[in-house]
Design a protein around this ligand. Sequence first.
Ligand code: T5A
Ligand code: NA
Length: 215
Amino acid sequence: MANQRGAFIVFEGLDRSGKSTQVGALVARLQREGRKVRLQKFPDRTTRIGGMIDAYLQSKSELDDHSIHLLFSANRWECANAIERDVSSGTIVIADRYAFSGIAFSAAKGLSFQYCLNPDTGLPLPDRTVYLTLSPEVAASRGAYGEERYETLEMQKRVREQFTLVAEETRRRHGDDRWAEINADGTVEEVEALIWENIQPVIMEPLQCLGKLWT
Ligand code: T5A
Ligand code: NA
């Protein structure tokens, strides 16, 4: 299977659900196994558009809700070719957040769901999205929210509701296999084991062509 393409796997989840912790552990594990793997964080704050997003999230600038929504999407589009190129050359690409966060956060602010979905249409379709859920009790036990915009209890509650709709939409358009919900209440090692069990088949199986999101 010399020409097998790499999988494209996305991690989404509520605040403090441990996305970055788990993405880091998974990348390290795949590297130890000798797999070609690349981590892609969204927002990618290193690009010029990413710099504008970073300033907004830190409340160093103000932007209209539509403008910032489109910037988040543009930030994904500027990375789309690299994702396609890497998976087709056999590299596994692991993304820490993606278009699903884009919809959930902007719709939670009151933009229409369909408006939020549109600009990401045609982006590389993840082979699987792992959505990490956290019970409100465990979330509260992980300490205070950070300083960034959106890190309030009220906003997180609305985001959680929107993610339920995002999950339904993804399953309806792309099938049940594309979206996996993992309970992230356990220890880092327990959650890591659940994730590995879930995504191992996706990484090992030969995959069809990379699909296009929302098409
Ligand atoms: N956004 C993003 C949009 O509005 N539109 C978009 O299109 C996109 C892509 C920045 C913001 O941008 C918004 C969403 C966000 O509000 P970000 O930079 O990904 O996005 O957000 P972060 O603040 O970095 O991520 P989170 O706060 O959501 O944290 P993580 O990555 O879920 O959690 P992690 O791994 O950093 O862990 C949090 C804490 O918990 C501990 C960790 O050590 C850490 O202290 N922890 C555990 N503790 C106990 N048990 C476990 N199993 C634990 N796992 C982790
Ligand atoms: Na994170």
